[in-house]
Write a protein that binds this ligand. Structure first.
Ligand code: ATP
Length: 286
């Protein structure tokens, strides 16, 4: 039987859809029966194990799965020996401390001697120790945000993305402990054969991630402005320049980081650029 790399992904919940999507964008198709615990890729030596999010670091450490897609926050909390290979850009959130919105907050001393509810006791303890704070940690497995309202704790340490759950529960975020996103993690001792499969997967993932952050840009500009525009949009090596039928005009094609695009628009227009188009990129290999 030929070797397959075993990847753990969340059985159900926030990370599952995006985890399967990134595999698909890597050209890997999974035979995905509902309620299956295991599935195989049709066209890549990969086996998917659907596991509980919070169990994933342990399964990877123990070699039940070779790799996994899991939140960095879970990796930090579970304190297992796994290697983080690549941040994947989705399921972004932060582990943060929050307190009742009407409480005055003058800094970390606020937490001295306070009772704090959390589902992330290890991460919270590390933070309190680092800051020489003596607080009482009260571990609860869900709905942490209601703890202060029902008198269970003074404050909380919980995952936050938009902050709307905190707001609805009359809390305000005061300190960020950790920022997190989904990442690809790996067992520390995988065989050479599996490493080769992993290298191929990582190569594809990095091409997909690079493409997501960049856009292909096309624009028309007066030919005598090509140099000025090339300085604004340097591209991967240098822009492609093609003459337009209209005399004195050229078409310039290049690649630009999504975040930079809006900041250079005014400079492009000031140099006579017109008909500016951006096109999403499927894969990008540098
Ligand atoms: P667990 O087994 O850890 O209880 P779960 O599968 O029940 O997890 P989900 O809510 O599906 O929980 O996923 C939790 C993960 O989603 C978190 O560990 C984190 O990486 C990510 N995440 C992103 N944003 C948030 C958020 N606002 N609140 C909670 N988790 C978030």
């Amino acid at each position: 039987m030929s070797t397959r790399l075993k990847i753990a992904i969340q059985k159900s919940g926030r990370l599952q859809e995006d985890s399967l999507r990134i595999l698909k964008e890597c050209g890997i198709y999974i035979d995905n029966g509902k309620d299956q615990l295991k599935a195989r890729a049709q066209n890549f030596p990969l086996e998917v194990l659907y596991l509980r999010n919070s169990d994933i670091p342990e399964y990877v450490q123990d070699g039940i799965a070779d790799i996994a897609i899991v939140g960095e926050n879970v990796v930090v909390e579970k304190q297992k020996k796994v290697q983080i290979l690549q941040k994947l850009g989705f399921s972004k959130c932060r582990l943060a401390m929050a307190i009742p919105k009407d409480d005055e907050y003058n800094g970390l001393e606020y937490f001295q001697g306070k009772k704090l509810a959390t589902s992330y006791p290890n991460s919270l303890k590390a933070f309190l120790d680092e800051n020489n704070l003596n607080s009482e940690i009260h571990v609860i497995s869900g709905s942490v945000e209601i703890a202060p309202n029902i008198g269970l704790s003074d404050g909380i340490c919980d995952l936050v993305s938009s902050g709307s759950t905190l707001f609805k529960n009359g809390l305000k975020e005061v300190v960020e402990i950790l920022s997190s996103q989904a990442c690809l993690v790996c067992n520390e001792n995988i065989s050479e054969e599996k490493q080769a499969i992993l290298n191929d997967l990582l190569f594809r993932m990095r091409a997909v991630l690079a493409a997501k952050n960049n856009k292909y840009v096309l624009l028309n500009a007066p030919t005598d402005k090509i140099e000025a525009i090339s300085n604004i949009l340097p591209g991967m090596k240098s822009p492609t320049v093609m003459p337009l039928l209209k005399e004195g005009w050229s078409s310039i094609h290049t690649v630009i980081n999504e975040n930079d695009f809006w900041t250079v628009i005014d400079q492009l227009k000031a140099n006579g650029a017109e008909g500016i188009l951006t096109i999403p990129i499927g894969k990008m290999i540098l």
